[in-house]
Structures are given as structure tokens and as C-alpha cells.
Design a binder for this molecule. Structure first.
Ligand code: EPU
Length: 335
């Protein structure tokens, strides 16, 4: 276990806010987690690829940087392939690994930043697919008791960008590996308009690689590369409202994008709501709203975590005032 004190978090966070962690531990194995439990102070904060974390200020307690590696095929019956992946592997590299072998199911989730351990935590999703589509189980360690658990999908309680790991198990249960079941025959998901358009341009029967390439192209065009312009992807979740409120909003704003979801509720586009309030391209104290995607807050010039969260609060207030809709942050806040 490698323990360091007073470590700047900026290199570990795609938002690049420069706050300091009093204790910072590199975790390469379950044994490292056991050592951290014995030698390091709670509270623990779990850090993967740092693409969805913005601290407000310096961080007390211990940051556990999860760097557990390894991709292992556990079973292959000719169609279904069971693969266990270390929580510290890069998500996009794992997706590319699966597409290279024509193991299907995750190709729509190309280019999502972050690590494999973070994927079930917030049930990442894009272009009509969530990681829960292929999830089989995961292994985690309870930092309070040291107990090791194998957790199945129902216990994870996957929801829209949500799971038990974002709720009562937050910063207690550390995911060490995730097992996915991929299928060589998994149908391609091309319902999302941008993906369909890209695929329609294909001169041959579309392949998994074509979908992967289309998603990479769409994301590259719309979303800023954190290596060039620090950001945390979608900052807010798309709000889900009751049908009556959705109908009323649509009568007032006929161009408002809406999608029915299960149990008679309706999903709204946070990006559209923020865009309508005029935030696109806005800048203040180094922090701003991306010019191509209103859902992305960018740290253009060395802004602090508190500036980011202040802008998030200002955006939430303006959307609430204009539409009566509450935006919830998708990004995790470290107080
Ligand atoms: N729109 C605007 N203004 C903008 C951007 C978009 O009006 O600046 C409108 C679009 O016209 C569209 C709607 O808002 O009607 C939705 O936009 P888009 O299709 O680009 O997707 P999104 O809702 O912004 C979500 C996910 C993304 C995911 C994409 C594609 C959330 C919070 N975000 O974005 O996930 O990649 O769909 O499936 O669910 C992430 O979680 O970090 C992320 C990038």
C-alpha cells in the first residue's frame, strides 16, 4: 500500500480543481484495502478515474485511489462470454477490448471517461444502453467490517445514473472487480437518432465496430475532451417529472424535448432547459458552461471546486425559476 500525505487532487480529477487530500492511498489489491483499513483514518473517499467528482475544498480523511487491474475471461460457451474486470481498469479501454473480440453489449458506452469500478456505481449509460444491460455481479469490500461480498444486480438497485453504491453504501463499500456477461450475438442498439444517422451512412451491414466508431465520433464532436478542457461530463441528471407537469410544460414550451419513461413519468432534457436559460458559453472565475453542450460545466482557467458548485447552484436556481424543475447533480460532491 502506498500512502502519501497532502496530495494535490488536480491530476486525479478531470475537472482539475486543485484541492489537497490529507491522506491519499494507492490501492492495487484487496490486501491494500485491508492495510488501509488498519492504518488510515476514516472517512474514506473512493476515487476511480476522477471524472465525476468535484471537491468543494480540501479533503479530510483518506482518499482511496482504486488501481486494481486485470481483465480475465471466466467462461465462454461460444456465444456468452463472462469477463471479470479489475475496478481500476479504464472503462473505454475495456469497451474497446470487448469490441476488438466482437464481444457485444457495451459498444454504445465507448469513450465514457472513468474506471470500471465507477461504472456500476452510477450505472453509466449513453445512446440507449446502460452498463446494467451486461452486468452479472461485482465484488466489493466493506471498509467498516473488512467483509468481502459478491453482489448481484438486484442488490445493486440500478436506476438512472444510480445504484445502492451512490446511496447508503457510498464510501463504505469499495468495488474491487466487476463481472460482465457479453454476447457475440447481442443486437446492435441504434435507436438513438445520432447513432442511426451515422449507421445509415454505412455501405455494408453495420457491425459492432461501426456502432463503436459512431459513438466515438458523436462524443468527440459534442463533448469536450477533459485532457484539453477540464470537465466532468454531464453535470446534472436529466430530470424526471410527472405526466401532468410534463404536459403543462409542453403547452407553455412546444419545442421542449420530452421522453416517456416507465411508470407514466417523463424525462426532460437538462441540456435544453439550461440552454434556454442562456447559459451556453457563460464564463465566471475560470469556470463556465460548454459552448457545444449546455449540460457540461468546464473549468477553463484554474477555477476552484467552490466556484464550480456555485455555478451549479446558480444554474439550478435559474432553471427552477424558469420552468419549476429541480435539477439534480450527477457529479459527486466531496464536502
Ligand atoms: N440540447 C440542447 N442544448 C444543448 C445540448 C442538448 O437543447 O446544449 C438538447 C438536444 O437537442 C436534445 C436534448 O437536449 O434534444 C438531449 O441532449 P443529448 O441528446 O445530447 O443528450 P443529454 O441528455 O445531454 C445524455 C447523457 C449523456 C449521454 C447522452 C447520450 C445524462 C445526464 N446525460 O445527455 O451522458 O452521453 O445522453 O445518450 O443522462 C454523462 O453522463 O456524463 C453523459 C455524457
Amino acid at each position: 500500500m502506498l500512502l502519501r500525505r497532502n496530495v494535490s487532487l488536480a491530476p486525479y480529477l478531470t475537472m482539475r480543481v486543485d484541492h489537497v487530500a490529507s491522506e491519499f492511498v494507492t490501492i492495487r489489491s484487496i490486501a491494500d484495502l485491508d492495510a488501509a483499513r488498519r492504518h488510515c483514518d476514516a472517512p474514506y473517499r473512493i476515487l476511480g478515474g476522477g471524472s465525476n467528482i468535484v471537491p468543494v475544498a480540501n479533503v479530510s480523511g483518506t482518499v482511496l485511489h482504486i488501481c486494481i487491474e486485470g481483465i480475465e475471461i471466466l467462461a465462454d460457451d461460444g456465444n456468452a462470454v463472462t469477463v471479470r474486470v479489475g475496478a481500476g481498469e479504464q472503462w473505454h479501454e475495456f469497451v474497446e477490448w470487448s469490441v476488438d473480440r466482437d464481444f457485444g453489449g457495451l459498444e454504445n458506452l465507448a469513450l465514457i471517461p472513468g474506471t470500471v469500478g465507477a461504472a456500476p456505481m452510477q450505472n453509466i449509460g449513453a445512446y440507449g444502453v446502460e452498463q446494467s444491460r451486461c452486468f452479472l455481479q461485482l465484488e466489493c469490500v466493506n471498509m467498516s467490517t473488512g467483509e468481502r461480498l459478491v453482489v448481484d444486480a438486484p442488490t445493486c438497485r440500478f436506476g438512472y445514473r444510480d445504484s445502492v453504491f451512490k446511496q447508503e453504501w457510498r464510501d463504505v463499500m469499495v468495488i474491487t472487480s466487476v463481472t460482465y456477461m457479453l454476447h457475440r450475438q447481442a443486437p446492435l442498439v441504434t435507436d438513438y437518432a445520432d447513432v442511426r444517422r451515422a449507421i445509415e451512412g454505412c455501405m455494408h451491414t453495420p457491425t459492432r465496430r461501426d456502432v463503436f466508431d459512431a459513438v466515438v465520433a458523436i462524443r468527440t464532436a459534442k463533448l469536450p475532451n477533459p485532457a484539453e478542457l477540464p470537465n466532468s461530463g454531464s453535470f446534472f441528471k436529466n430530470p424526471i417529472v410527472h405526466t401532468t407537469q410534463a404536459a403543462k410544460l409542453l403547452s407553455q414550451h412546444p419545442t421542449m424535448p420530452q421522453w416517456p419513461v416507465s411508470d407514466g413519468r417523463v424525462k426532460l432534457a437538462a441540456a435544453w432547459l439550461i440552454d434556454q436559460c442562456g447559459w451556453k458559453g457563460f464564463r465566471n472565475n475560470g469556470v463556465g458552461v460548454h459552448t457545444n453542450q449546455a449540460l457540461v460545466i468546464v473549468n477553463a482557467e484554474g477555477g476552484t471546486g467552490s466556484t464550480v458548485w456555485q455555478m451549479a447552484a446558480d444554474i439550478q436556481r435559474s432553471v427552477a425559476d424558469a420552468f419549476g424543475v429541480e435539477l439534480e447533480a450527477e457529479v459527486n460532491r466531496w464536502d
